[in-house]
Design a protein around this ligand. Sequence first.
Ligand SMILES: [Zn+2]
Length: 60
Amino acid sequence: MDQFKEFTATELYCNNCKQAMPVRETLLLVLSDGDMYGYRCSRCGQYLGTRKNSKGKTFR
Ligand SMILES: [Zn+2]
């Protein structure tokens, strides 16, 4: 079970919706040292957070 350690947020609190909402992960930027992902509320589309996926580290 430990091999499933993906650091992915599936729900984040949305200020618009006033509750934790499922998020969609979208690729924002491709950088030299990693990719930047953004999380958007699946209902209203508000950006709720970002994540940087460093190259050289794998999450699975
Ligand atoms: Zn929302």
